[in-house]
Design a protein around this ligand. Structure first.
Ligand code: AVJ
Ligand code: FE
Length: 436
């Protein structure tokens, strides 16, 4: 790990905070006031809640914890504590108006810049390597992805636009690759801005397995639908089957059938489902059922991370599939540069040494694994980031979507959600154990 001087760390903290705020501003200024205060879906907060919550978390961690400042508006802390009020309750709270929320977040940010100037980056754990600044920038970017999900759920005309990814040359590589068996290093103790659940680095023995070279495409998923996959109990776990019956699922979220073809609604525009694009907006149960139909299974979290980080040349683990360099636009579809995943087989510069593509970016990938702590886990800096979610009710997703900023994306980064959720930018790839 390179050692950084205080100036470099200050610069990096500033850049990531500024980048996050530009995105937040875009996501909260491209619709009119009623769309900021309305609850678009009971699964989501009003956009204006996310905005003020971003400011409130920044105040808590950077002004109060790092800067030692007094609370600016102690009376609003409760409103923006995610654990005090479930999302469905948030629209009925006396929330700050869009104008007040913008002013509050801007006021916090102005004061944070003073704290940043005087921060000692070699001090206690919160400021060591600028951790708290990195954590807060990641937090804002995570809520930006959440707000982008709210935009996707919103009915009404298009509010956001972005160029499509470059068309990929037809991918002609193998459908799967063999990842050799043996131990590898999972998680990290070195990555300065890695969150608590990614730590510590530890050795895990992973038997040989095959994994898909690319995420599962819409075209492949349509074959599962056409084969009656949603009506065939054989492919589903008992919970998945109960869910698919109860909620009458027949296709990914946002899809509908029109005559002979599948259409989907995407950020206010209806389009024909593109067959080469990774499938998006499926829940864990659907991903798991598809894999069983295909004679395969979801990769475990350890398998996914080994495919993404293991370098057979050295036996070590890298930060990303392509090596240790920070992501650039040639490596992966990240950062909301596009409003959709790129066709399967894109980003040859981002492939792993074994030839696995698009592990980072495009779509979050469901894994077979429950969200559990690594051996030696220690909650930091607060239990409510990860610890309170550990257990069998959440499944792990890996790799990040087109809506994830590079600051919140690494080979070690862990996301989690309920197995029924599909408003998130979720897809998957499949795996199978190698014959013993
Ligand atoms: C890691 C995406 C599950 O959005 O609930 C945001 C991130 N934690 N604020 C979430 C998070 C606190 C978290 N996920
Ligand atoms: Fe949050």
């Amino acid at each position: 790990e390179p050692a950084f001087d205080a100036e470099t760390l200050r610069e990096r903290a500033l850049t990531t905070l500024v980048t996050a705020r530009e995105r937040t501003t875009l996501l909260t200024s491209c619709v009119e006031e009623p769309d900021l205060t309305a609850q678009i879906s009971p699964l989501m907060s009003p956009l204006v809640w996310d905005l003020a919550h971003i400011g409130n978390q920044e105040e808590l961690w950077l002004l109060r914890a790092v800067g030692g400042r007094d609370a600016m508006r102690p009376e609003i802390d409760g409103l923006y504590d995610a654990f005090e009020h479930p999302r469905s309750e948030r629209p009925s709270l006396p929330l700050l108006s869009p104008e007040e929320a913008r002013a509050y977040a801007a006021e916090v940010r102005g004061r944070v810049l003073d704290v940043l100037t005087s921060a000692d980056f070699h001090g206690a754990r919160l400021t060591e390597a600028g951790f708290a600044f990195g954590m807060v920038a990641q937090h804002e970017q995570q809520h930006d992805e959440t707000m982008l999900i709210t935009h996707q759920l919103r009915r009404g005309p298009q509010a956001l636009t972005a160029p499509d990814p470059d068309p990929a040359p037809l991918f002609t590589g193998p459908a799967e690759v063999l990842v050799p068996g043996g131990p590898f290093t999972m998680g990290t103790s070195a990555e300065p801005w890695a969150l608590d659940n990614e730590r510590p680095a530890h050795r895990v023995d992973v038997p040989a397995f095959h994994i898909d070279t690319t995420p599962v495409t819409n075209g492949a998923y349509q074959a599962f639908i056409a084969d009656g996959g949603y009506d065939d109990e054989r492919w589903w776990t008992p919970e998945g089957w109960a869910h698919v019956r109860r909620t009458s699922l027949t296709a990914p979220l946002f899809w509908h059938r029109d005559g002979g073809q599948w259409l989907r609604r995407r950020f206010g525009v209806t389009e024909v489902v593109p067959p080469d694009e990774p499938v998006l907006h499926v829940c864990w149960y659907e991903a798991d059922a598809y894999a069983r139909w295909a004679g395969r299974r979801l990769p475990t979290e350890a398998e996914w991370e080994k495919a993404a980080r293991f370098d057979p040349a050295t036996g070590g683990s890298m930060r990303y599939p392509w090596g240790d360099a920070d992501p650039s636009p040639e490596h992966a579809n990240l950062g909301q540069r596009h409003l959709r995943p790129a066709p399967a087989g894109s980003y040859p510069a981002g492939e792993s040494p074994l030839g696995v593509r698009q592990l980072i970016g495009d779509v979050w990938e469901w894994t077979a694994s429950d969200f559990l702590p690594y051996p030696g886990f220690r909650a930091f800096p607060y239990k409510e980031y990860s610890e309170v979610f550990f257990g069998p009710e959440y499944k792990v997703l890996r790799g990040g979507s087109f809506a994830v900023d590079p600051v919140a994306c690494r080979g070690t980064f862990r996301n989690w959600d309920y197995p029924v959720r599909r408003q998130i930018f979720s897809g998957f790839r499949t795996a199978r154990s190698a014959a013993a």
